[in-house]
Design a protein around this ligand. Structure first.
Ligand code: ADP
Ligand code: TZD
Length: 570
């Protein structure tokens, strides 16, 4: 610790908690912090910025947390979010819980009020027992109670976030610890540089042998790639396995682009057929949760047998019996599979591929009719065709996507050809990730981002448009504006529970902050606005008018509405 790093108003041999936190983060390679300022962390943020850490200040902690979480997904390093106590902490909790649910590495560091007063419930400013409130929603939660524990506390948080199955970690920093003095010699000794927090975890050779045996016995094999496979950055290993074995694959939404969507082995356009008829399925970094109908009929056959590659042993058998579990990290698992499979051991199943190909063709033709129609006003398909056309020359753009119909249609219509470039509502189907993910992705990659947002979805994080404009980030937000949650109300009727203001001009919001607003009502207008916005590299928002009658309630998951369950029973 050099003299320059000492607090100015302290004797030369003393330092304090603020400086130690910043030193500990820098020592561990943290170069970006997302947050919202206030007591007791304002000076911590100022100091971090002065010490060369990039700080992005948000308008709401949930968006700051979402930015940190997606930064973690994209970089394999924990994204850092800082919040104030009690309400700021709770605002960030949805993002922390969402990171844990999606297996994204992130650390939320919150300042907290005086423990002596909080624990006796004596009514401190922003009083809350934050550590215990965070525990159920975090992969791990720690509190630092002494300045000499800052180094080890931050090291534990980093290791917990990225090791094994990644997740959200909560770190509680009391105001007292931040303001405590410590002598420099003790402080220096207390810092911890984390060594190899996410070492490879190669699977056991027996597990690999069992998996190959099962795959070799299959006549109708199928690989399902999930966002754990995307996170693992094993792009070459996975592609080589799929292409060498000739197994058809299905990407889960955030795994799109691991292999390009137009790859001949993609079974995405024949999803139900491939899932329902596969005899052996290789699940890689994907859970058999609601997004895969829990592996149960009617989508799935009872006879299908599974190979599952996952880093978390307890994920295996969580919904269905797994015949060949492969516990280990995806990169090592695919590298070992590739090295162990003998040439010709897994035979290409021509009849199966032909049938998948036939069904793909039928479905693509059926979809083409909808895609090529030009209704006025636009519907989801025609508007997404316009977006797809504008994106054709920009395959490296990151796509953020939330909404119901907007999400379901965009997932199917916008092809991805590069890994980890589609970021969406994920495991929880949560609204509100839009602007946080867009800012996080733009900040850590420096690349352009397009956020395709339902008008309701946008509202959850819309004020972050100011954040985007303040930092001049290359984010283009497209709002599919159909006047409501799922769809708009009939003209002239009172607002229903799903109705939103008719004919709102979201483009005016960004103009208030100096960004470019576009208002478009047809497909040529949308393609042109998006192309112009991308070419400018500046913050932009496109208000795309969509037919208010176009949306379906709950999008593609209507069957999860309790009322439709009643209808099905009766
Ligand atoms: P999707 O929603 O795309 O189906 P999920 O989020 O359900 O994907 O599943 C991701 C899975 O990937 C989790 O079970 C997680 O434990 C696993 N996972 C995350 N990182 C790795 C890794 N490096 N190696 C192996 N499995 C991983
Ligand atoms: N609140 C949160 C945090 N997450 C949610 N998923 C919801 C509420 C419920 N919800 C959905 O599941 S989708 C959605 C809500 C409010 C918005 C759908 O409307 P939209 O998209 O305008 O964003 P479409 O394209 O018009 O369907």
């Amino acid at each position: 610790m050099s003299a320059a790093e000492m607090p100015e108003d302290m004797p030369g041999n003393m330092t304090d908690g603020f400086h130690l936190v910043v030193e500990a983060l820098k020592l561990n390679g943290v170069d970006t912090i997302f947050g919202v300022a206030g007591i007791p962390i304002t000076d911590l943020l100022r100091l971090a910025q002065a010490e060369g850490i990039r700080y992005l200040g948000f308008r709401h902690e949930q968006s700051a947390g979402n930015a940190a979480a997606i930064a973690g997904f994209l970089t394999q390093k924990p994204g850092i979010c800082m919040t104030v106590s009690a309400p700021g902490f709770l605002n960030g909790m949805v993002a922390l819980a969402n990171a844990t649910t999606n297996c994204f590495p992130m650390i939320m560091i919150s300042g907290s009020s005086d423990r002596a007063i909080v624990d006796l419930e004596q009514g401190d400013y922003e009083e809350l027992d934050q550590l215990n409130a965070a525990r159920p929603y975090a992969k791990a939660a720690y509190r630092i109670n002494r300045p000499q524990d800052i180094g080890v506390g931050i090291a534990r948080a980093i290791r917990a976030a990225v090791s094994g199955r990644p997740g959200g970690v909560y770190l509680d920093l009391t105001a007292e610890v931040l303001g405590s003095a410590l002598d420099v010699a003790t402080a220096r000794k207390s810092l911890v540089k984390v060594v190899d927090p996410a070492l490879p975890q190669p699977p056991a050779p027996e597990a690999i042998a069992r998996a190959i045996e099962l795959l070799a016995s299959a006549q109708r094999p199928l690989a399902i790639l999930g966002k754990g496979a995307a996170y693992a950055q094993a792009d070459q290993e996975i592609r080589s396995f799929i292409e060498t074995t000739g197994i058809p694959f299905l990407p889960m939404s955030m795994a799109k682009g691991l292999l390009p969507d137009d790859h001949p082995q993609s079974a995405a356009a024949a999803r139900s057929y491939a899932i329902g008829n596969a005899d052996v399925v290789l699940l890689a970094g994907a859970r058999l949760n609601w997004l895969l109908s829990h592996g149960r009929p009617p989508l799935w056959s009872e006879a299908t047998r599974f190979v599952q590659i996952d880093i978390l042993p307890t994920e295996i058998d969580s919904n269905r019996a797994i015949a060949a579990p492969v516990v280990g990290d995806i990169k090592s698992a695919f590298a070992t599979l590739n090295a162990t499979i003998k040439p010709g051991q897994i035979k290409r199943q021509a009849a199966w591929m032909d049938e998948i190909g036939r069904r793909k063709q039928q479905n693509i033709e059926r979809m083409a009719a909808r895609l090529n129609a030009d209704p006025s006003p636009m519907n989801f398909s025609s508007a997404l065709r316009a977006v797809r056309n504008a994106l054709a020359t920009h395959p490296d753009v990151y796509i953020v996507n939330e909404g119901a119909n907007t999400l379901d249609f965009a997932r199917n219509i916008i092809d991805m050809s590069v890994p980890r470039h589609r970021l969406d509502s994920g495991t929880w189907g949560v609204m509100g990730i839009g602007m946080g993910y867009a800012i996080g992705a733009a900040a850590v990659t420096g690349k352009p981002v397009i956020a395709i947002e339902g008008d309701s979805a946008f509202g959850f994080s819309g004020m972050e448009i100011e954040t985007i404009c303040r930092y001049g980030l290359p984010v283009v937000t497209i709002i599919f504006n159909n006047n409501g949650v799922y769809r708009g109300d009939p003209a002239g009727s009172a607002y229903s529970p799903t109705g939103l203001l008719r004919d709102a001009r979201y483009d005016k919001i960004i103009e208030a902050f100096g960004g470019a607003g576009y208002h478009v009502t047809d497909t040529p207008g949308l393609t042109k606005a998006l192309s112009d916005a991308l070419a400018s590299g500046k913050p932009a928002l496109i208000n795309a008018v969509i037919d208010p009658t176009a949306g379906t309630e709950s999008g593609h998951i209507q069957s999860l509405n309790p009322r439709s369950a009643v209808t099905q029973r009766t």
